[in-house]
Design a protein around this ligand. Structure first.
Ligand code: GRF
Length: 205
């Protein structure tokens, strides 16, 4: 299975995919890394491991159509079977979602459908969790559909939140669990130990 990883930031989840692929635990080829921010550390990680990169931002184009066409062309060229959003901060165009229906996964740093939706990303999520006084948070890996943080849930895991935790503490705990989860979901999809039936995922990650 060929995967493309989309990342806008540090790319620590991307790094886990690279490492697990290198040890043979994750039977995929990472044929493309896509990012919208040229300064993202994820680009350095890709270059270090000779993974082809695409720096693309809608602002480079005069129309959305041109942007989407370029994106689709590059995904085709890299023969991508699965797209993994690992901290990608931009909305995925609907043409991409249609073409890669149930073949785009996202990791969200909370337990959806709570603390999700537009504007709920990164530290915004962890601040909201702490302000609300939630005792539990977690991670959700889900397929991407046309609505923010809404597609079928593939995997969730929970994390306890204490009254002393700062948003930064929560972020650190969540990231550790993300690192242990996303690659397992990708492995399950690559080895077909899970399947989708309507909104439900059957099988084990
Ligand atoms: C993660 O918390 C992920 O859930 C969110 O962005 C962060 C990415 O971290 N969507 P990294 O770039 O993989 O280090």
């Amino acid at each position: 299975m060929n995967i493309a990883v989309f990342a806008s930031g540090g790319g620590s989840n991307f790094q886990v995919l690279i490492d697990k692929q290198a040890t043979g635990e994750l039977p995929v080829s990472i044929t493309l890394m896509v990012g919208n921010n040229s300064k993202a550390n994820a680009f350095d990680r890709a270059k270090k491991h000779n993974i082809p990169t695409l720096h693309i931002s809608q602002s480079h184009f005069t129309s959305e159509k041109e942007y989407v066409t370029t994106l689709l062309h590059n995904l085709d060229k890299a023969q991508v079977d699965l797209i993994v959003l690992a901290g990608f901060m931009k909305m995925i165009p609907s043409e991409l979602i249609q073409k890669y229906r149930n073949r785009i996964v996202n990791i969200h740093p909370a337990l959806l459908p709570a603390f999700g939706g537009k504007g709920m990303y990164g530290m915004h999520v962890h601040r909201a969790i702490v302000e609300y006084g939630a005792k539990v948070t977690g991670i959700t890996v889900h397929f991407v559909d046309e609505e923010y943080d809404h597609g079928p849930v593939i995997f969730q895991d929970t994390i306890a939140v204490t009254s002393e935790d700062t948003p930064e503490d929560v972020a650190a705990k969540v990231l550790t669990v993300e690192h242990n989860s996303l690659w397992r979901v990708v492995r399950a999809l690559a080895t077909k130990t899970i399947a989708i039936k309507g909104r439900k995922i059957v099988g084990t990650v």
